[in-house]
Design a protein around this ligand. Structure first.
Ligand code: NIG
Ligand code: FE
Length: 419
């Protein structure tokens, strides 16, 4: 039978979506539940799981290095946060009054604030300062039960400053328990030195930034803020296709405020995911369905911007059978929170998703939005032993009892990361 690094017992309820593939529409609510379960871990991967009695029987006589009793609590796959702007300088509480006075997000940006105010702070910050700030945020996420995080650049908007952000993400991936997946988002805003010359900035991204990012192996995906007054459909297409030629898979901030056709573009360029989608049209959603694009919904953003409009999660699931994923969109402007558990509550309240759908959206579908479905996002033999232990009796308890952190412990790559 051999040696096992860890045996986790006393799992009151183990809940996971099954398999590795994205879960589409109605499949999202079909989670696997095992009562009184156990998991055995070897070499950082799940070696065995099932009813505790069966697992104990199968392990009889085996050498078990560490045993962990979770005291009847609930265990899920480690949560995956597939859309964050993790690395940035400063904060934007000075814009709170403007936001509360109803000044629209894009107006603040057009006045040189918003993303551009964070660009100033990020350019001025040392790599060390960025690292330290992002490290704290990551630790907050880990305490929330998150084990993999996507991190976008996009507050440098100049080659060296974009590389600085991406290098910080790379270093954090090496030093912090959380795994980081990097996305290059040089097309997040038009920097002041290119004001009124956005085509020239697109040219710079395509000819200089993308090849260098790819050459240094600093990102896996390329994202664009495709929005009225930011990057047009044509500019977004040009950047995403150039990214593809460099080996970076497209992602798009699509149809967040205006229905520009970002959803349709994501299908056209073969994006792995399309994010936000508050204003996406029926044609846009049908296009996502036709090409298997993962919609990543960010209910914290509409909540924080005080919008009454929300992404049409029910239509996406019931009508278009899309594999919906959820994320924090952690960033200093539209969504300054690291709390995926707040997002879980908002997905229930405003997106009307069920607890089972929410779990699938925060685990397996989120993993598939990062091309990691074979490695993380569900409890399956051979997958990474990334597990979150919740001090909760069942899934519905998470959105029900809100405003507190339910995480009791986190196992990352088979090691205790939080207890
Ligand atoms: O996903 N929409 C554009 N980008 C971010 C916000 C970034 C910021 O305001 O700093 C988002 O919401
Ligand atoms: Fe974002």
């Amino acid at each position: 039978m051999g040696k096992f690094d860890m045996l986790i017992t006393g799992i009151g309820r183990m809940v996971t979506p099954p398999g590795n593939s994205p879960r589409f529409g109605a499949e999202m609510k079909e989670v696997r539940e095992i009562v009184d379960a156990a998991v055995a871990i070897r070499d950082g991967r799940i070696a065995l799981f099932g009813a505790e009695q069966d697992v104990r029987g199968a392990l009889a006589g085996a050498d078990i290095v560490q045993s962990l009793d979770v005291g009847g609590r609930m265990v899920t796959p480690g949560l995956v946060d597939p859309h964050t702007h993790l690395v940035h300088g400063g904060s934007r509480e000075h814009e709170l009054a403007l936001k509360r006075a109803g000044v629209p997000y894009l107006d603040i940006l057009a006045q040189g604030g918003g993303i551009l105010s964070t660009v100033k702070r990020t350019r001025a910050a040392s790599e060390e300062a960025l690292y330290e700030k992002a490290r704290r945020s990551l630790s907050e996420m880990l305490l929330n039960g998150v084990t993999t995080v996507e991190a976008k650049s996009g507050y440098g908007l100049a080659l060296e400053d974009e590389l600085k952000q991406l290098r910080v993400a790379k270093r954090l991936n090496e030093t912090h328990p959380i795994d980081i997946v990097s996305t290059f988002m040089g097309a997040h805003a038009v920097p002041p030195e290119f004001k009124g010359r956005s085509d020239a900035f697109v040219e710079l991204i395509v000819t200089e930034m993308l090849p260098r990012v790819a050459q240094e192996g600093l990102a896996e995906f390329c994202d664009v803020f495709c929005e009225q007054g930011v990057f047009s459909i044509e500019q977004s297409r040009e950047i995403l296709l150039a990214g593809k030629r460099c080996g970076l898979r497209p992602k798009i901030h699509a149809d967040e405020i205006v229905p520009l056709g970002g959803a349709e573009l994501s299908a056209e360029v073969g994006a792995i995911s399309a994010e936000h989608l508050l204003a996406a049209t029926d044609d846009g959603l049908a296009a996502l369905a036709a090409r298997g694009v993962v919609p990543v919904l960010l209910p914290g953003t509409s909540f924080n911007l005080g919008l009454s409009r929300h992404a049409r999660a029910r239509d996406m699931i019931d009508k278009y059978a899309l594999p919906v994923a959820l994320s924090t969109d952690y960033n200093p402007g539209s969504c300054p929170t690291e709390s995926i558990q707040l997002i879980i509550m908002l997905a229930s309240l405003n997106l009307k998703m069920t607890p089972e759908e929410i779990l699938t959206a925060c685990t397996l579908n989120a993993a598939n939005a990062l091309d990691r479905g074979a490695d993380i996002g569900s409890i399956e033999i051979g997958k990474r032993a990334d597990l979150t232990v919740f001090n909760a009796p069942n899934l519905a308890y998470l959105p029900y009892h809100f405003g507190v952190n339910h995480t009791y412990g986190v196992i990352k790559n088979g090691h205790v990361a939080v207890w």
